[in-house]
Design a protein around this ligand. Structure first.
Ligand SMILES: [Zn+2]
Length: 390
């Protein structure tokens, strides 16, 4: 695995490193375990009464499209499992997956976030292929909405980048033992277990599945330190996992944003016509470039305030992103600003800094309250929901 040092992550001073140890010592090892930590922290914070999701949209620009939940055939034997979405719907946890059909069996890329979507994906795949079973599953990365459904792929060998496996193993002990009834995720209480991948690969890996060439490509760090993408050269299709967020604000809690932008630029040079993102509707290079532009615009706005020595939360409260303000999940702007600050402070690690995001959210809300923009406040509980998946 490429270590943060190898990949160019700024090194910490001793004092910063000690501070970071204190944070990671709280169990903030990944977005999975961090969600529980943030929930605990949120419970301690001041109650925010207004539940309206902020910030305001910008009427000068178009709203995101709505897209359907469907198993969509994108090439012979290649299907995208789209969970559907659109304006006004939650962005958290609704990830896309992929299925490749071989002569006798199926390969999945990503397992969705729980029993309802995983079983729906498996049932749709069986129906489309005359009852074939999944025998292989590749996780693009360790976030809950991509690995929590692993337990439902009973007969599949599970593979990932080593970083993804390591994060799953770290998160497994604190994963609840039972599924809680949650709309769209679980409809009954039943045993829950986070099944980690049992096979790892660090670099590119090619499958030839009964005539379908499928290349797994590692180009990270980007969204996390272990992102795998699936590329079909014959069909010029890329399943980008969470390297791609289309019309949905990108989630950067475990990200190296500068490198993520570089990966997006690199993909522009690949022979690709269609990109299936981890979140949002199917698009192409144009949509991926737009996501990189989200980070560029945010980076310019954030840097001005960083240089003016504003706190991350106060900076996030001031920033408007024009066309990107309409994207689904706008509250992620706060974590993305925090992540930019960490890069420039040389305190960035692969881990999710739940404490910093909490502090920034509280400060963001204070600024909004003072300016009378009560409708733009973000309940801490909403940040918990965001942290649980993506
Ligand atoms: Zn993710």
């Amino acid at each position: 695995m490429e270590s943060p040092k190898d990949s160019g992550t700024p090194q910490l001073t001793r004092r910063e490193a000690m501070g970071r140890v204190a944070l990671t010592g709280l169990g903030v090892a990944s977005a999975l375990s961090a969600a529980g930590e943030l929930a605990r922290l949120a419970a301690q914070g001041p109650a925010v009464v207004n539940p309206i999701p902020p910030p305001a949209t910008d009427s000068k620009f178009p709203m995101p499209p709505a897209w359907n939940k469907e198993l969509k055939q994108v090439a012979p034997n290649v299907y995208a499992y789209m969970q559907g979405g659109g304006p006004g719907l939650s962005a958290a946890g609704v990830s896309n997956a992929l299925m490749v059909s071989g002569k006798d069996s199926l390969l999945a890329v990503d397992a969705t976030q729980g029993p309802i979507p995983a079983r729906a994906f498996i049932a749709a795949a069986k129906q489309a292929t005359g009852g074939k079973e999944f025998t292989r599953l590749v996780n693009t990365h360790h976030h809950g909405d991509h690995v929590s459904g692993n337990q439902f792929f009973n007969h599949a060998e599970i593979m990932s980048h080593p970083y993804c496996r390591d994060e799953c193993i770290k998160a497994a002990p604190t994963t609840p033992k039972t599924w809680t009834v949650t709309p769209g995720v679980a409809d009954k209480e039943e045993p829950r277990v986070l099944v980690p991948p049992s096979v790892t690969f660090k670099d590119d890996l090619t499958y030839f599945i009964d005539g379908t060439e499928m290349q797994f490509r590692f180009a990270g760090p980007a969204h996390t330190w272990g992102d795998m993408m699936a590329y079909f050269p014959k069909y010029k299709i890329l399943f980008a996992g969470d390297v791609g967020f289309f019309w949905v604000a990108p989630y950067a809690n475990n990200s190296y944003i500068t490198k993520w932008i570089e990966v997006c630029d690199k993909i522009q040079g690949w022979d690709v016509d269609m990109i299936i993102p981890g979140h949002g509707p199917i698009g192409g290079k144009k949509e991926l470039a737009e996501m990189a532009n989200y980070f560029r615009v945010l980076g310019v706005e954030t840097r001005k305030r960083y240089d003016a020595k504003m706190s991350a939360g106060a900076a996030a409260a001031e920033i408007r992103l024009g066309r990107f303000d309409n994207w689904i999940g706008p509250e992620r702007l706060i974590m993305d600003v925090v992540r930019w600050y960490e890069e420039w402070d040389s305190t960035l690690t692969p881990d999710y800094n739940a404490m910093a995001v909490r502090e920034a959210t509280i400060e963001y809300n204070e600024v909004k309250k003072k300016s009378g923009a009560m409708g733009e406040m973000i309940p801490l509980s909403r940040m918990v929901a965001v942290a649980e998946a993506c």
